[in-house]
Design a protein around this ligand. Structure first.
Ligand code: G
Ligand code: G
Ligand code: MN
Ligand code: NA
Length: 250
């Protein structure tokens, strides 16, 4: 309860910030995007990681104003970047159940003058669990804004291939659970190769998350993975650092 009150205040007084983790194309190491990740600087408890307050925000309904804030802040930032690099924003299923999501996204783009193709939204497999028809309608409306949609944490959730193929995803993000032991168990290389092949057939870009070692990167390149994200390449960083990184590469 107390944390909920604090979170409500944090949204109002700017105690929340976004950090940005870089994403690279594996083929030529071009910087292609950043994933925006929430950070909460709590006055007494210090830095609270999103895993500790996103669930609370989802339960309390605060995810609606919070999610709208994240969309606006990410679009505002990306609109100022010195080169056309895409920003990815995580969405909770609750944001899809609440009316107004498509309008919120359109407003965030329009307000800051960010072209739709420079925004990507990350959703998890749990989104596909309920009311597939309505979810598909919303995803298509979002695509209509030029915005791309990524399936996050792919392979860990309710990964029904029956749904995957007909939803308008442009990207699959292989969950880091698969990447962690890559190189220790050849079956994981086979799983990665299978996801890459699936992505290719469905016309989706495949990204590996949680890449920490050169060996993992080597195996991912060998299996034809398109993009990478992880500590090997860069941690989530404050906005100024992300901007400097883009400027340095362009
Ligand atoms: O930054 P970190 O790896 O601790 O993020 C933990 C989790 O919190 C990730 O799974 C990420 O998807 C989620 N998360 C981070 N920022 C946001 C956000 O703005 N909205 C939502 N819904 N989830 C987020
Ligand atoms: O949206 P998602 O839950 O995938 O958010 C990404 C999370 O993964 C963030 O909390 C981020 O801090 C974390 N992360 C990003 N790169 C790495 C990595 O290379 N290794 C590990 N262990 N965690 C990572
Ligand atoms: Mn994500
Ligand atoms: Na993820």
């Amino acid at each position: 309860r107390e944390l909920e009150r604090d979170l409500r205040a944090a949204i109002a007084d700017g105690a929340l910030t976004l950090h940005y983790q870089p994403q690279y194309r594996l083929r030529d190491h071009a910087l292609v995007g950043f994933e925006a990740l929430l950070r909460w600087h709590h006055p007494e408890r210090g830095m609270i990681p999103p895993g500790d307050f996103i669930p609370l925000a989802e339960r309390s309904g605060l995810i609606i104003p919070l999610g709208a804030w994240v969309l606006r802040a990410a679009c505002a930032e990306a609109a100022r970047w010195p080169a056309p690099v895409r920003v990815a924003v995580n969405l909770s299923p609750a944001q899809f159940r609440h009316g107004g999501l498509v309008g919120t996204i359109a407003d965030a783009l329009a307000t800051h003058g960010l072209p739709g193709h420079l925004l990507e939204l990350e959703v998890t497999e749990s989104l596909l669990q309920r009311d597939a028809a309505e979810t598909e309608r919303l995803l298509r409306a979002i695509r209509g804004l030029g915005v791309s949609i990524a399936m996050d944490d792919f392979g860990t959730g309710w990964s029904s291939l029956a749904h995957l193929w007909r939803f308008p995803f442009s990207k699959l993000k292989i969950d880091r659970a698969f990447i962690r032991d890559l190189g220790h168990d050849p079956r994981l290389s086979a799983i990665v190769a299978t996801i890459v092949g699936l992505g290719r057939i469905l016309g989706m870009t495949v990204v590996a998350e949680g890449v920490e070692t050169d060996e993992q990167a080597r195996l991912l390149a060998q299996e034809g993975c398109d993009q990478v994200q992880g500590w090997l390449y860069g941690r989530a960083m404050p906005a100024e650092e992300a901007r400097a990184l883009i400027a340095a590469q362009s």
